[in-house]
Design a protein around this ligand. Structure first.
Ligand code: FAD
Length: 227
């Protein structure tokens, strides 16, 4: 996606990919400012920084959300390069962009899912799939509900194995059943006594499920736990 403007930002060249993504014809774009595709979604300061950067003869890189002719939005990863005259002043700018709309959608979808895990009242623990030398998979994430339930901070849990919460009264048979299921990458639900950081016992019901990546490899376990 390419466009060239004069030093004031007036468009003097667009390629067919620009027309395709913006849904404007070449005739509609030539002579216009990029304002025509402005989505009003960026802070004035962001656009000001773009202009200050390029007007001073530097390359600007950033992500822009633009509005197509039909009112739909699209995101572009953008590099604007100034062409400098003999005095070192820009006389033209070239904008080279790639469509990142899909990635942006995925990122916002991920943020949404992350907020579910962060805000749920169920305790969530994520571990690696492989067992560590300590005899269990290491924790890579614990949500707020988990730290509140156990009294450990996430820093105290991450890198350790969930065994740190087990103790004398944790039912060995149930734990063996969980161990067998995990080695076979099968989901499993058990109810046992665990121990808070303070040493206080509590009953917890938890279900552990394996996570599989696109290639079918087991990458993690997710444990959802309730006091
Ligand atoms: P405004 O409120 O108009 O301006 C915000 C601040 O930016 C102003 O206070 C001013 O300091 C500065 N500014 C604005 N226009 C100029 C100017 N002509 N000269 C110097 N400083 C100025 N905008 C997009 O929204 N999407 C794009 O994909 C995009 N691509 C661009 C590609 C090129 C090569 C160039 C040169 C500009 C591009 N722009 C793009 C910027 C565009 O020209 C407009 O400036 C912008 O869309 C206006 O946004 P705004 O109304 O939020 O900002």
């Amino acid at each position: 996606i390419v466009a060239i403007t004069d030093q004031k930002g007036k468009i003097i060249h667009v390629n067919s990919n620009f027309c395709k993504i913006s849904k404007y014809s070449k005739q509609e774009l030539i002579g216009q400012d990029h304002r025509i595709i402005n989505s009003s979604q960026h802070e004035k300061e962001y656009i000001r920084n773009l202009w200050v950067t390029i007007a001073n003869g530097h390359i600007w890189k950033g992500e822009l959300k633009n509005k197509a002719k039909d009112g739909s939005y699209y995101w572009v990863d953008t590099t604007i390069v100034p062409f400098l005259n003999d005095d070192g002043k820009p006389y033209q700018y070239i904008a080279i962009r790639s469509d990142i709309t899909q990635r942006k959608k995925e990122e916002s979808h991920l943020r949404l899912l992350e907020s579910v895990i962060t805000n749920t009242t169920d305790a969530v623990l994520i571990t690696e799939a492989e067992s560590s030398d300590e005899g269990g998979p290491r924790v890579i994430y614990a949500n707020n509900a988990f730290t509140e339930m156990t009294g450990y901070t996430s820093e105290e849990i991450i890198g350790k194995t969930p065994r740190m919460l087990q103790g004398e009264k944790s039912d060995k048979q149930e734990l063996d059943r969980l161990g067998v299921a995990m080695r076979q990458f099968e989901p499993c639900e058990i109810t046992i006594i665990k121990y808070k950081k303070s040493g206080e016992e509590f009953w917890v019901n938890f279900s552990v499920s394996p996570v599989v990546d696109e290639q079918g490899n087991h990458t993690h376990f997710i444990s959802i736990e309730r006091d």
